[in-house]
Design a protein around this ligand. Sequence first.
Ligand SMILES: Nc1ncnc2c1ncn2[C@@H]1O[C@H](COP(=O)(O)OP(=O)(O)OP(=O)(O)O)[C@@H](O)[C@H]1O
Length: 289
Amino acid sequence: MSRRCFLIVNPTSGGYRTEKIQRVLEKLQTGGYAPELLPTGSAEDAPLFARRICAEESTPLILVAGGDGTINGVLNGLEPGRATLAVLPLGTSNVLSRELKIHSLDDAVARVLKGESRAVSVGELESCRETRRFLLMAGIGVDGAVVEGVRLSEKRRWGKGAYVLSALRHLVDWDAQDLTVKAAGKNVACHGVIVCNAAKYGGNFLLAPKADIFSPGFQVLCITGGRITYLKLAALLASGRVAESPDVKVIEATELEVAGEKAVQLDGDPCGRLPVKVRSLADFCRVIV
Ligand SMILES: Nc1ncnc2c1ncn2[C@@H]1O[C@H](COP(=O)(O)OP(=O)(O)OP(=O)(O)O)[C@@H](O)[C@H]1O
């Protein structure tokens, strides 16, 4: 008998093509799976689908064809400790699939058919408006403002270049205020923070070498300085040495509080403003590796 699985697809993600989904469905069926296709009609659908699936199945296998934003949406509809996620990279940046060293859509499907999975830890961010989970990172300050400032039309046209355009706008319209991070018994005043649950950032850039989705806790990068510092850090990103910079204080923590006035982004999508509390949720779900 074929094994049931669910294929949540974002038809608006950067790498989406109908033929690609057709090929995925055929490969899954040939490999002994009975996939239920669930195309999203809006950003709200991914968590709704995940909630419905978890209500129907005790240990569902959910394939997510899209980018990091859609994976984040699904993550936010899951029941803890029950689902296995598979990442089918169809997004613009595909940071999680790079973290998992998935080379292509075909590679991702081959891994589903092989069936090997590992438990992952995720982050949970609580603000006064909502509580949301993230798999990759929570970026606060410049990072949050740049994501908030990305225009959809530019993302469709320029892909990752839209983030560079937004960053340039933010450099002109600079916010010099500091924020405060309380973590691991320390209080740090700094300009921006990136709470890393995963090692990579924005694609293939190594940002937090000790952060690992397979073990609980974060590497928290607290950035001090102004515009010139961020330009220097952008240059260091290419060589994977941001965490070694004297302008970056690195804290390892499983929970933290951040106070201030700044914008927040989770896994590449905007998520309101400070203040927030963040904690690590161990073994929240499994992912196909
Ligand atoms: N049908 C839809 N219509 C509009 N937005 C959607 C739809 N489905 C999902 N979304 C939202 O679109 C946003 C971007 O999607 P997604 O992350 O899949 O693609 P991407 O932006 O191309 O890739 P990446 O995040 O890897 O750069 C996400 O926040 C997601 O929740």
